[in-house]
Ligand binder design. Structure first.
Ligand code: NAP
Length: 334
């Protein structure tokens, strides 16, 4: 069996600035018949994430783009995987994949059919971005006292929107920044105490002073660059900074030089600034998802998805992240 043609998005040029359509090629390849112990999956949902922009983290030139995929088993010669099972795996931007041997199986998990949430959430709120929000906030920003002020940017995105809501669940005062009036309205609907369109306010510094009259205790940074420096200058003593992402810098042609804040400020304010990669907590993800699923069912944690239709829309979905077109998690329905 097999007789299936797989289509894949191959990266054919290193990215310079915003990735271009002709940095990619779609190729088609006939997959071989399955051997014993193998099974074939067909993609249902793909994720696109900002890290894929990195020339270091995306696969080598000539290889399919990487990334998580929710897929269904359509042929199987592995007794542990039956036709019809739905799995999450690192199959990348590929329509069909053959999964072989223990090395690939280690990274494949069966979705629990009893979880009453759409399968696509395994790529978003109950997937890598959800874990990023949960651990990046709770382990690094560490909400300490009721009423502390949390500031988050890219706040209407997959990570930021969950960060703000988890902050609210933990009793924080939450201020969000995002790039459109529609996003600001969305943040307010989620219960953010204040929200701003950073593209139209006259001064970021003035907006922070207005919305954080007692200063910023915790800062979850998704954006980097000037935004990072401006907030850092307004942190309170013993403030905690979770350095999650720097999306303002990913397409920059010239890498920005270091942080433009005096180290004396960092010393005097005794700030804790910590970068992280979410896989640090991989062994704890499932526990976090259980708690987050409970919050979703109780109506305390809401999520949105921006859905692109069809495998051919992978590129459009990917660059939408850098144009700020999305609210919540960007996924592609294959
Ligand atoms: N450390 C980790 O382990 C880890 C894991 C996952 C994600 N991340 C990081 O977390 C951040 C958010 O990721 P996500 O998946 O949730 O994406 P996302 O927020 O859903 O989408 C990206 C958003 O970034 C904003 N943006 C794009 N270009 C920008 C620029 N030049 N300046 C300011 N904002 C810009 C846009 O929103 P606006 O309309 O608000 O501009 C856009 O909607 C990214 O930096 C990502 O790399 C880190």
């Amino acid at each position: 069996m097999s007789g299936v043609k797989a289509r894949s998005w191959i990266k054919v040029k290193e990215f310079v600035g915003l990735p271009k359509r002709d940095d990619f090629k779609i190729v088609e390849k006939e997959l071989p018949a399955l051997k014993d112990g193998e099974f074939l999956v067909e993609g249902l949902w793909n994720t696109v994430d900002p890290y894929m922009r990195s020339n270091e983290l995306s696969n080598k030139l000539g290889s399919p783009m990487p990334g998580g995929q929710v897929a269904k088993v359509t042929q199987s010669k592995d007794k542990n995987f039956a036709v019809g099972d739905v799995v999450l795996g690192p199959f990348g931007w590929t329509s069909h994949s053959i999964c072989d041997g223990p090395a690939s199986l280690m990274k494949i998990i069966k979705l629990d059919p009893t979880i009453p949430l759409p399968q696509s959430t395994a790529l978003g709120i109950l997937g890598m971005p959800g874990a990023t929000s949960y651990f990046g906030l709770l382990d690094i920003c560490k909400p300490i006292k009721e009423g502390e002020t949390l500031l988050v940017n890219a706040a209407a995105g997959a990570v930021g929107s969950a960060v703000g809501q988890i902050g609210k669940i933990k009793g924080m005062r939450v201020v969000g920044f995002a790039g459109s009036d529609e996003k600001v309205a969305y943040l307010k609907s989620l219960g953010f105490d204040a929200a701003y369109n950073y593209k139209t306010i006259p001064s970021l510094e003035a907006a922070i002073k207005e919305s954080c009259p007692n200063g910023v205790d915790a800062f979850f940074d998704n954006v980097g660059g000037d935004f990072f420096d401006t907030v850092l200058r307004q942190m309170n003593t013993f403030g905690r900074v979770s350095v999650c992402g720097a999306i303002s810098q990913y397409n920059a042609l010239e890498p920005r030089k270091g942080i433009d804040v005096s180290s004396i400020t960092l010393i005097v304010k005794q700030l804790k600034i910590e970068g992280f990669i979410v896989t640090r907590w991989l062994d704890q993800w499932q526990g976090a998802f259980k708690e987050m699923a409970q919050w979703i069912q109780e109506g305390k944690l809401k999520y949105r998805e921006t859905v692109f239709e069809g495998f051919d829309s992978m590129y459009d979905a990917f660059v939408s992240l850098f144009k700020g077109d999305n609210i919540g998690k960007v996924v592609v329905k294959i």
